[in-house]
Design a binder for this molecule. Structure first.
Ligand code: DGL
Length: 277
């Protein structure tokens, strides 16, 4: 039985990447309480099948509901692409129709038209996000005049998860995918980082990117979109507690998460290890 007592906002990612979204959200909405859950034991999600990403994400969402969250943000493009719709349409009506789960793709798409002049956009994401065609399908619905090219970068998440993103080894894989997408469509003027892990590679990516290409990172827009959502949904806002706290949960070693996450967040954090199934 899920509690109806107000609770924190849940933020979920397969690992550390969602911290880039969490950081933006917390800066914009510092008064709220948060629980961040990283499924580090089962990361990466990007190369997993639709069924597996859905099953893992559903388990994580239920865990966050059990921890008292009424609102959960899937701070993961792969989970947003492969699990969000099923969770919203099939699971929420049965679990608790008053709870909400939101993703990161829609807020990113909404800004797309205003950030490109050439109207040619490139999407860099995991194999799962790119093969799902979610960005292309959503963009076609709102901005059919925009030409979209996707590029799967399967090695980029392991580089981040293994703290190898500043190593010379990262250069090869970053150059490879940037060259490929820009050769496919040389009129692209904007690249969207459609994976929450990729902002951690931003300095490396910029090193290899022609100066006239804009690199778009979604964290700020997901945070703004959440703020706007809470304004428009007072019934949800009233179910959120506001003491400015944050709990960090991981399915892998708490010490390892604490060490790596502290680098991303520039602060030391306390982490709890949990199991989800
Ligand atoms: N950070 C996730 C995303 O935005 C995926 C990372 C993974 O492959 O687990 O797509």
């Amino acid at each position: 039985m899920l509690t109806q007592i107000p609770g924190p906002i849940g933020i979920f990612d397969s690992g550390y990447g969602g911290l880039t979204i969490f950081d933006n959200i917390r800066k914009l909405l510092p008064a709220y309480d948060f629980i961040y859950l990283g499924d580090n034991a089962r990361t990466p999600y990007g190369t997993r099948s639709f069924e597996v990403v859905y099953r893992f994400t559903r388990q994580a969402v239920i865990k966050l509901f059990e921890e008292g969250c009424h609102l959960v943000i899937l701070a993961c493009n792969t989970a947003s692409a492969k699990a969000l719709r099923n969770i919203q349409q099939k699971d929420l009506p049965l679990l608790d129709p008053s709870r909400r789960v939101l993703g990161v793709i829609r807020p990113t798409i909404e800004i797309a038209d205003s950030i490109t002049n050439s109207k040619h956009i490139g999407i860099l994401g995991t194999s799962g996000t790119i093969s799902s065609n979610s960005y292309m399908i959503e963009l076609e619905k709102i901005f059919p005049h925009i030409t979209v090219t996707g590029e799967a970068c399967p090695m980029w998440v392991p580089l981040v998860e293994n703290n190898e993103f500043n190593s010379p080894g990262a250069d090869y894989f970053i150059k490879k995918h940037l060259n490929r997408i820009l050769n496919t469509d040389p009129t692209i003027d904007t690249l969207i980082l459609a994976c929450t892990h990729y902002p951690l590679l931003i300095n490396k990516i910029k090193e290899f990117l022609p100066p006239d290409i804009t690199l778009f990172s979604q964290g700020e827009y997901v945070a703004k979109s959440l703020k706007d959502y809470l304004k428009r949904h007072p019934e949800m806002e009233s179910k959120l507690t506001r003491k400015g706290t944050c709990r960090f949960l991981t399915t892998e070693s708490a010490d390892k998460f604490s060490e790596t996450a502290s680098i991303f967040l520039n602060q030391s954090i306390h982490v709890e290890q949990i199991t989800i199934d």
